[in-house]
Design a protein around this ligand. Structure first.
Ligand code: ADP
Ligand code: MG
Length: 254
């Protein structure tokens, strides 16, 4: 097996008295596509947000390409000790959200090249030609000069994916990328995600779409109340659920 890219070990996260993640272990190797499923409120978003430190877990380790995140204490809270490590992690893990989160006052191309120019220091022209190519790759090469509001939801989400790819990330993190879309627009985004999987892009995808999980993932994790209840090869897990909880979840999603 190839080297691990991202390992989460023993992740615990609470909001006040509410313990949302109760000790989660996940490892993504190069080329892995991990699908994360579970009921609303099971902790999927919190987990994927912990992976790039949009949320800071109170316990557990995050190891990115062999480099374990270092921690310190501030006002009784555990926080990352080294801002550079956090920046590095975020730069190399691109996140795509359910609600696209494009900058509404910028054109689609400017959305895509903003971070490569400001964070990576790429020359604007180089970033723009790469950005155009990425927008073409996701099927919206003709939308470069439009603004987000002029695009359909499916087009906006594909622009958001192109924006993530523009950072040449080590892995992509998706949080329900198709949940805000009508079925016919969802298919456009699913196609892009399938293409990325075929290209060997390492991805962790939170999804409610069991077909997507089955088709693109090589590993599926079912989260229940902040714990991994069941995991394995997607077709095995989905066709032969062992736990009653997963059986219930699957029959409710049909
Ligand atoms: P999922 O993505 O699986 O639907 P979430 O990770 O969004 O679940 O949420 C898990 C639980 O944590 C829910 O009970 C939710 O209300 C709670 N939660 C999430 N974010 C916060 C927050 N910032 N503050 C307080 N509670 C939160
Ligand atoms: Mg969520």
């Amino acid at each position: 097996m190839s080297d691990p890219i991202l390992s989460l070990k023993g992740i615990h996260k609470s909001y006040g008295d509410l313990e949302v993640l109760k000790g989660i272990d996940i490892t993504a190797h190069k080329g892995d596509v991990i699908a994360l499923i579970g009921s609303s409120g099971s902790g999927k978003s919190t987990l994927i947000r912990c992976a790039n430190l949009l949320e800071v877990p109170q316990q557990g380790d995050i190891i990115f390409k062999g480099d374990a995140l270092r921690w310190t204490e501030k006002r009784g809270q555990r926080v990352p000790a080294d801002d550079e490590q956090v920046r590095n992690l975020r730069t190399h893990l691109s996140m795509v959200f359910q609600q696209f989160n494009l900058w509404s006052h910028m054109t689609i191309l400017d959305n895509v090249i903003e971070a490569p120019v400001t964070v990576l220091g790429q020359a604007r022209n180089d970033a723009a030609s790469k950005g155009r190519a990425l927008l073409k790759k996701v099927g919206i090469g003709d939308k470069c000069d439009q603004y987000p509001a002029q695009l359909s939801g499916g087009q906006q989400q594909r622009a958001a994916i192109a924006r993530g790819l523009a950072m040449s990330p080590t892995a992509m993190l998706f949080d329900e990328p198709t949940s805000a879309l009508d079925p016919e627009l969802e298919a456009e985004v699913v196609k892009v995600i399938k293409d990325l999987a075929r290209d060997g892009t390492t991805m962790i995808i939170v999804t409610h779409d069991m077909k997507l999980a089955r088709d693109v993932a090589n590993h599926l994790i079912f989260l229940h109340q902040g714990q991994i209840e069941e995991q394995g090869v997607p077709s095995d897990v989905l066709d032969h659920p062992k736990s009653e909880r997963l059986q219930q979840f699957l029959s409710a999603t049909l």
